[in-house]
Design a binder for this molecule. Structure first.
Ligand SMILES: [Zn+2]
Length: 220
């Protein structure tokens, strides 16, 4: 019988962590909780996952060559493909948690939100730089930020909001190649011991519920 060998490696804080056993997806119990910044790690652990494509829309891509290898480009392509195949627009957009689609930009929920109601405003165009964005898209980005402010205030009545662009990996962008404006409601005291000690945020609301709440004020 082969002995079980446990190797020990170090995490980003130079603390020892146990490596995953073969076939085990996660290395630490923390990973089973809600840890948005570990998204890339999680997707890497699941080679079957097509980035940006929700399970309900996985008829797309029709071939590997169509995969755009970008969470946002894949998301929009999967929605459009499903609609072209006969899926109702509402169903397809709900599956991708797309709240609103404009001319040059769309609004979707962050699948790994930092707070309930965390939306992202995303240009359709795959660009890594705000300066590279055509004027029309840049204008709509800000107009949708205004609309997001109103919608989030109306639905969640937060104490404040954060809005931000992270340009480049060094600035904290999880998806550095395709710019997106984060908009999230904040409340006093919304970071607690879980955030500080367990690198985990606790969210009280499923994404489907958030989508259903935000859809109407964005449409108006
Ligand atoms: Zn893209």
């Amino acid at each position: 019988m082969q002995p079980v060998v446990r190797r020990t490696s170090r995490n980003e804080n130079n603390l020892p962590v146990r490596d995953a056993a073969p076939g085990q997806r996660y290395t630490r119990p923390m990973d089973r909780l809600w840890t948005p910044w570990r998204y890339s790690y999680i997707t890497r652990a699941d080679p079957q996952a097509r980035t940006g494509v929700p399970a309900e829309l996985n008829a797309w891509p029709p071939s590997d060559a169509d995969d755009r290898h970008c969470i946002f480009c894949n998301m929009i392509a999967a929605v459009d493909y499903a609609i072209a195949q006969g899926m109702p627009r509402e169903t397809a957009e709900m599956a991708a948690h797309i709240v609103y689609r404009g001319q040059s930009c769309f609004v979707c929920l962050n699948a790994y939100p930092y707070s309930t109601g965390h939306v992202m405003i995303v240009p359709y165009q795959h660009v890594a730089s705000l300066a590279a964005l055509p004027t029309e898209a840049a204008e709509e980005l800000i107009l949708l930020a205004q609309r997001a402010e109103l919608a989030l205030r109306e639905v969640y009545k937060p104490g404040g909001l954060n809005m931000g662009l992270n340009l480049g990996e060094a600035a904290g962008a999880g998806i550095a190649d395709h710019i997106h404006l984060h908009v999230l409601p904040r409340w006093l005291g919304d970071t607690n011991f879980m955030t500080v000690t367990a690198e985990t945020r606790v969210l009280p609301e499923p994404l489907d519920v958030t989508w259903a709440k935000l859809r109407p004020p964005f449409k108006n």
